[in-house]
Design a protein around this ligand. Structure first.
Ligand SMILES: NC(=O)c1ccc[n+]([C@@H]2O[C@H](COP(=O)([O-])OP(=O)(O)OC[C@H]3O[C@@H](n4cnc5c(N)ncnc54)[C@H](O)[C@@H]3O)[C@@H](O)[C@H]2O)c1
Length: 415
């Protein structure tokens, strides 16, 4: 079977590798010539895909920038970005552009699957008409389905293979084709009645996380006023074996998905004169959390009679979560920017993020950063840092991730 993957990023590349490992011929397509070249030289740029996994695939995974090379594929999967515009509305530009290019080469018998996260109705109302402009009819000449990507970058306990895959086609035949496709690489395929149900299922998963993260983040602010350790409370509640699911507070919510996806549903809801309260409220609370962290840093410095202005602040970890180098929507960016605005001398250490050009910073060696720092702020906890050594060496440490929970020290403050 020959499979085309459009968009070779965090989602598309692991998927392309999974299909190639299952014995399929994979044509990976990306508009980024650098990525195409890297892959054709067996060099990966996604943490979850080691370069060593590419070489054994040989010619089974070939990258290109030319849509014409998709003409021979049995199935084509779209994994392009679906970000928000400046006005926080869905930006479907990448999706619509890639669909238009695909329509030029679409041929009878092909299956097209959209994996990009989006609002219910996108597959049928936006993608289908563009593909049908080819002259072919969806559901008979070609097949069309939605199947959300559920990948969690950096996670090793659940993979493409072991995470159940949802599929919903525009017709029963399209659903069946999508089921057959994913059964080659996934242990469990869950069939839904429509692409709309599959689109909304993905949004529910992410909104569930966003709302629960907002709940514990808000609780962390209340605990600060109450003088109660929020981590102790979260851990205690987590001992309940039923009816509670643990979420940890932190410096805010980042990544390409959680801060973005809920607004896709809010947009669609507004078109129907429906105003989803939970989504907006969770977004508001999570976006305010980096500001609360800056206030905590100000208070920590105040406690040792230092103003933020002129203080040397070392930020540990700037990616949106531990173990990955993705800084998209990372709360650390807001924290660093705000501290710089306040006149602090900010440096950062993050072995996953070599530089932050937007802030004029490059990662410093941990030892160099610790030397002379007035305060160290743990914003993202990476696995390669010895936090006990950090607390032992720094005059003052403030931890927004609870990674130092087992350490008891006078110079240590936690969220
Ligand atoms: N990253 C995640 O953890 C994750 C998880 C689940 C779902 N998703 C969803 O998957 C989709 C892709 O996300 P991602 O993180 O892989 O994005 P990404 O930015 O890492 O990768 C997208 C790729 O698409 C390419 N591209 C853009 N326009 C193109 C076009 N017209 N033709 C061909 N290639 C094009 C880009 O160059 C890029 O390499 C999004 O809808 C996202 O919401 C992401």
């Amino acid at each position: 079977m020959q499979i085309g993957i459009i968009g070779l990023g965090y989602v598309g590349l692991p998927l392309a590798v999974a299909f190639a490992e299952a014995g399929c011929e994979v044509v990976g397509l990306d508009v980024d010539a650098g990525k195409v070249e890297a892959l054709n030289n067996h060099r990966s740029y996604v943490e979850d895909v080691p370069s060593s996994a590419l070489e054994p695939l040989g010619a089974r995974l070939q990258a290109t920038g030319d849509y014409a090379e998709l003409a021979g594929c049995d199935a084509v999967v779209l994994c392009v970005p679906t970000p928000l515009s400046d006005s926080r509305e869905p930006d479907l530009t990448y999706l619509l552009e890639s669909a238009q290019a695909l329509a030029q080469v679409l041929r009878s018998g092909q299956l097209v699957v959209l994996e990009s996260t989006t609002y219910p109705g996108t597959t049928r109302d936006r993608l289908l008409p563009i593909l049908e402009a080819s002259g072919l009819t969806a559901g008979s000449d070609f097949h069309l389905a939605f199947s959300p990507e559920r990948i969690d970058p950096g996670r090793t306990d659940y993979t493409v293979k072991t995470t159940p895959k949802l599929v919903g086609g525009v017709t029963a035949a399209s659903t069946e084709r999508a089921r057959e496709l994913y059964e080659q690489i996934c242990d469990t395929v869950v069939v839904l009645s429509s692409p709309e149900a599959a689109e909304l299922s993905k949004l529910l998963e992410n909104i569930f996380r966003s709302v629960n993260i907002a709940l514990v983040n808000e609780l962390s602010q209340l605990c600060d006023r109450l003088g109660i350790d929020v981590w102790e409370v979260v851990e205690a509640a987590s001992t309940k074996p039923f009816g509670f699911m643990r979420f940890d507070p932190g410096p805010g919510m980042g990544g390409h998905c959680l801060p973005v996806d809920p607004f896709y549903l809010a947009f669609r809801a507004r078109q129907l004169d429906f105003y989803p309260e939970f989504i907006e409220l969770a977004g508001k609370v999570n976006q305010a959390q980096p500001g609360f962290c800056v206030e905590r840093i100000e208070r920590a410095l105040n406690g040792v009679r230092k103003p933020v202005n002129g203080s040397r602040i070392l930020v540990l970890g700037v990616s949106y979560k531990g173990g990955v180098g993705d800084v998209r929507e990372s709360p650390a960016l807001k924290i660093v920017g705000r501290l710089q605005d306040l006149g602090a001398e900010v440096s950062y250490h993050d072995s996953f993020v070599p530089e932050l050009p937007g802030h004029g910073l490059a990662s410093v060696e941990l030892e160099d950063g610790l030397r002379g720092a007035d305060v160290v702020a743990i914003v993202t906890a990476h696995p390669d840092v010895d936090y006990e050594a950090v607390v032992a060496q720094a005059p003052l440490v403030i931890d927004f991730r609870g990674i130092t929970r087992t350490i008891d020290a006078d110079n240590l403050i936690r969220l």
